[in-house]
Design a protein around this ligand. Structure first.
Ligand SMILES: [Zn+2]
Length: 181
């Protein structure tokens, strides 16, 4: 936990304004904020988003911006069929960003062929770019991967990846947008 206003040297009023706008997109609306006139205490991920000046798009903006399938996968936790997405067999260099908000998620240097039919990476571009939570849907216990800025569903993380992390970030192509280098 960090004192946001202190770390960013921002007036508390400006931070409070940002939170009012973005509140429902951060941690599913359950933002654990302790606020008073002088101090706001926030989790680390929120701090990172603010430092990068990124703002989570509203649901209305996303409905306009995304196709109905993109919206379904990103915002409703859907899954594209294996071997059908744009990036499972893509070998181009660049940065894969969140299709909903543009947050940089993965670099092509960490992409590898997992044989799964989905784009797979062994690590996010930064430690805090992707957040995870336990997903118990479909009778399985899995680790869901979400964009740390807008909370969109990206895919799942499995413990069968290559070195150095041993992790497989199994993503839906439709959740990513490659910015080529
Ligand atoms: Zn995002």
């Amino acid at each position: 936990m960090q004192s946001l206003a202190f770390c960013l040297h921002l007036p508390v009023t400006r931070v409070a304004q940002f939170l009012k706008v973005n509140r429902k997109f951060i941690f599913g609306g359950k933002l654990p904020v302790c606020a008073n006139r002088y101090r706001l205490v926030l989790p680390q991920n929120t701090l990172m988003s603010l430092e990068k000046g990124r703002k989570a798009p509203s649901d209305e903006e996303l409905r306009k911006k995304l196709s109905s399938f993109e919206y379904h996968v990103l915002r409703e936790g859907g899954t594209e069929r294996a071997f059908t997405g744009e990036y499972w067999d893509c070998h181009k260099k660049g940065i894969y960003e969140c299709r909903a908000c543009g947050n940089p998620l993965f670099h092509s240097d960490t992409k590898y062929d997992s044989g799964s039919g989905w784009p797979s990476f062994f690590a996010p571009i930064e430690k805090d770019a992707v957040t995870t939570r336990t997903d118990t849907s479909h009778g399985m216990v899995r680790t869901e991967a979400l964009c740390s800025v807008c909370g969109s569903h990206l895919g799942h993380v499995f413990p069968d990846g290559p070195t150095p992390t041993g992790l497989r970030y199994c993503m839906n192509s439709v959740c990513l947008k490659l910015k080529e280098e």
